[in-house]
Ligand binder design. Structure first.
Ligand code: ATP
Ligand code: MG
Length: 230
C-alpha cells in the first residue's frame, strides 16, 4: 500500500523496450517536484506516450527506477498506485447514461451538488446547462452528442472529483475553436492546481502554462525548460 502522497516523481536511468532489442527509452532521467505541470512535446514516435504509460505502470521498465515520493512504483500494488493517479486519454471516455453519471464516475459516492461544483470549477457547467435536460441529458458511448472539447470538459470534472495527486493527460489532437480552447485552458488550470501533472501537449496554451516543457526525441529528453527558455 501507498500512504497519501505529495506527488514528487522521479525517473532514474529508465530504459524500456516493448520488444526485445528495440530500446524505446534510453537512460531517461528527470525529477519533478509536487504540484508542477510538465508538458511533453516532440515528434511522433518519440516516446511521449511510452513515458506516461510507464508512470501509470501499464508496462514495467527494463532497468532503472520510477519513484513517487521516493518509493519505487514497482514495489507497490497496482491498485494503490492507480488510486493516486488520474489518467485522461485523447479520446475522453464517455459511457451511455446521463452527464451526471458520467462525471460521478470519478467518485461514485459524490452527491449531485458535488458533481455540479466540480463541473463549475472546470468550466463545464455552462455548456451542460445549455443542453435540453442539463445534467440529466442522456449521452451514448461514443459521446456523439458532444464535441471533442465538451467531452474533455466532462473528463476534467470527472478527474477533479477523483482528486488524484498525479494527473496524466493526453490532449486531444482534434482542432477546436479559439473560444473552446480558452474555456478548456481555464478549466484545466483549475484541475491542475495542487497536483503533479504530465500532459502530452498539443495546444500552445497548455505549453505556455506548463512549469516545464520536456522535448522528447529519439527515446530521451532532448531539451527541458519553460516556454520562454526554449
Ligand atoms: P505520437 O506523438 O505519435 O503519439 P509518441 O511520442 O507518443 O508518438 P510512442 O507511442 O511512445 O510515441 O511510441 C514510441 C515508439 O514505441 C514508436 O516507435 C512506436 O512505434 C513504439 N511503440 C509504441 N507502442 C508500442 C507497442 N505497444 N508495441 C511495440 N512498439 C510500440
Ligand atoms: Mg502518443
Amino acid at each position: 500500500e501507498m500512504p497519501a502522497i505529495q506527488g514528487k516523481l522521479e525517473f532514474e536511468h529508465v530504459t524500456f523496450s516493448y520488444e526485445k532489442g528495440v530500446e524505446i527509452l534510453k537512460d531517461v532521467n528527470f525529477s519533478v517536484e509536487p504540484g508542477k505541470t510538465i508538458a511533453f512535446v516532440g515528434p511522433t514516435g518519440a516516446g511521449k506516450s511510452t513515458i506516461v504509460n510507464l508512470i501509470s505502470r501499464f508496462y514495467n521498465v527494463d532497468s532503472g527506477r520510477i519513484l513517487i515520493d521516493g518509493v519505487d512504483i514497482s514495489k507497490v500494488t497496482l491498485r494503490s498506485l492507480r488510486k493516486q493517479m488520474g489518467v485522461m486519454m485523447q479520446d475522453s471516455f464517455i459511457f451511455g447514461g446521463t452527464i451526471m453519471d458520467n462525471i460521478r464516475y470519478g467518485n461514485k459516492t459524490a452527491t449531485d451538488e458535488e458533481v455540479i461544483r466540480a463541473a463549475k470549477t472546470v468550466c463545464a457547467h455552462d455548456f451542460i446547462m445549455q443542453m435540453e435536460d442539463g445534467y440529466q441529458t442522456q449521452v451514448n458511448e461514443r459521446g456523439s452528442r458532444l464535441s471533442v472539447g465538451q467531452r474533455q470538459l466532462i473528463s476534467f470534472a470527472r478527474a477533479l472529483l477523483a482528486d488524484p495527486a498525479i494527473l496524466i493527460l493526453d490532449e486531444a489532437t482534434s482542432s477546436i475553436d479559439t473560444e473552446t480552447e480558452i474555456v478548456l485552458q481555464e478549466g484545466l488550470n483549475h484541475l491542475l492546481k495542487g497536483r503533479t501533472s504530465f500532459i502530452i501537449a498539443h495546444r500552445l496554451s497548455t505549453i505556455q502554462n506548463a512549469d516545464c516543457i520536456m522535448y522528447i526525441s529519439d527515446g530521451g529528453i532532448a531539451e527541458a525548460g519553460t516556454h520562454e527558455e526554449l
